[in-house]
Ligand binder design. Structure first.
Ligand code: ADP
Ligand code: MG
Length: 261
């Protein structure tokens, strides 16, 4: 089995990266696909959202990147069966500086995931929850990833930020990661009664075509409540429209990858 590494990225904050990472990974895990989330955002929202107490974070993504601890040692189980996480904290915020002088600074994560290939085989999916910028952490994620999944918030200017991301993706493809695919763009916080949401969807489908997932993630208060309980939305309110949408997205990804073989 080949592990699939998916970077969840968009340099805009608050667009649904972390919500998507947690609930998509949890949906895949529930379906029996063993998955790992690596929290590479110093804010540690994915870690907190899955119930990790910031005070008691022992080994973090920082240790994975700089202390040679290895994937196996750094990952901890979550309450969701089949889902592990490598947590992060503010230690990671110094990485930009720590890495300035290092020559291979964009390849750090890729090299770790490569050298840990035997352990990787235990996971079908590895999700990289990126910080809200195109900094060196995000670059490391995109360089290390097989594909990139972009949450697009259904609001004004949503597509503007996307072109900058597409330029970065093209640059990384030309240099560090020629195999990089775009897993897809998922519309988040969608409100079908709102004309703006519909307009963003129309624009996105016009410009990005098949890259846009059929599944739209609706704006749903259950999705914003779940992380404060340290739960995925599937555990928190399984039949909420948010939970159902993320399960549909999981199926869409599974089917898409089946077709690709
Ligand atoms: P990012 O990781 O891109 O910064 P988050 O996933 O943290 O974005 O989402 C930003 C905020 O919006 C959070 O408070 C989150 O709970 C909320 N949120 C995300 N997606 C939805 C949604 N579909 N419906 C309602 N609230 C959402
Ligand atoms: Mg986030």
């Amino acid at each position: 089995m080949k592990t699939k590494v998916i970077a969840v990225a968009n340099q805009k904050g608050g667009v649904g990266k972390t919500t998507t990472t947690i609930n998509l990974a949890a949906a895949l895990a529930e379906l029996g696909h063993r998955s790992l989330i690596i929290d590479i955002d110093p804010q540690g929202n994915a870690s907190t959202g899955l119930g990790s107490d910031p005070e008691s974070r022992d080994l973090t993504t920082y240790d994975l990147l700089f202390e040679d601890v290895g994937l196996d040692a750094a990952s901890i189980p979550t309450d969701v069966e089949n889902l592990d996480i490598i947590v992060s904290n503010t230690d990671l915020s110094s990485v930009d500086l720590d890495l300035v002088t290092q020559e291979n600074r964009s390849f750090l994560l890729k090299e770790i995931l490569r050298s840990d290939a035997s352990t990787l085989a235990g996971y079908e999916y590895i999700f990289l929850d990126c910080p809200p910028s195109l900094n060196i952490l995000t670059i490391n994620a995109i360089v290390a990833a097989d594909s990139i999944l972009v949450p697009l918030q259904s609001e004004f200017f949503a597509l503007e930020g996307l072109s900058q991301l597409m330029v970065t993706i093209r640059e990384i493809r030309e240099t560090a990661n020629p195999e990089l695919r775009i897993e897809g763009v998922v519309l988040t916080m969608f409100d079908k009664r709102n004309n703006l949401s519909l307009q963003v969807e129309k624009d996105a489908r016009e410009h990005l075509g098949h890259l846009v997932f059929d599944t739209r993630i609706p704006r749903n208060v259950r999705l914003s409540e779940a992380p404060s309980h340290g739960l995925s939305v599937h555990e928190y309110d399984r039949y909420s429209i948010g939970a159902q949408a993320y399960r549909r997205l999981a199926h869409e990804i599974i089917n898409k990858n089946k077709e690709l073989g």
